[in-house]
Design a protein around this ligand. Structure first.
Ligand SMILES: [Fe+2]
Length: 178
């Protein structure tokens, strides 16, 4: 498991975790998401489907399946980070068809933001904002099927999807319990 977890401090602290079960997770997760139909078209985000605005108490089948699927990776992650546990605060998905985007934002009331790339066509890397240069950092390359963990105060965005293929991410906020 350890070689599946890459910790880096460049250009800021982040962790990339390859998820073992990813090939078996992809189809069922996409099928469960297809039961939800919540496109959003706002000034800050245009998404073909998402559930961020669903009530948090509403049960969503894909969440249970996802959390169970990534449990081994999350246990390995908090072990590597010398923590006792990881508390998942909230969880949501976003689907980007061609041209869909989400502008600069941070995640509040948590230590880490997490992005799991379920479908990641070329040219859809998340961009991160360098507060020193006031420009985006060079992209952090993350493969489809991997989880990216980074400090929640780092502003990030998803530029318009240039691909004919859909981008799907599952995002969640976490606190480390030490
Ligand atoms: Fe985000």
């Amino acid at each position: 498991m350890k070689n599946k977890i890459k910790i880096s401090h460049v250009p800021f602290f982040h962790v990339i975790v390859a998820v073992d079960d990813y090939p078996a997770m992809k189809k069922p997760l996409l099928k469960l998401m297809a039961n939800i139909n919540n496109p959003v078209d706002q000034s800050t985000q245009k998404l073909s489907n998402q559930d961020f605005f669903n009530p948090t108490e509403e049960s969503r089948e894909y969440i249970d399946f996802f959390i169970e699927s990534i449990r081994p990776e999350m246990i390995a992650l908090f072990n590597v980070l010398n923590a006792k546990d990881i508390l998942i605060k909230n969880i949501w998905f976003q689907q980007y068809k061609k041209g869909d985007s989400h502008s600069w934002h941070t995640h509040v009331d948590c230590m880490f933001s997490n992005i799991f790339y379920l479908e990641k066509p070329p040219g859809t890397d998340t961009e991160f904002f360098n507060y020193e240069t006031q420009q985006p950092y060079a992209p952090i390359k993350v493969d489809e099927g991997s989880l990216l963990v980074f400090p929640s105060y780092i502003s990030h965005r998803s530029k318009p999807n240039p691909s004919d293929k859909r981008k799907t991410i599952i995002s969640f906020n976490t606190n480390l319990l030490t």
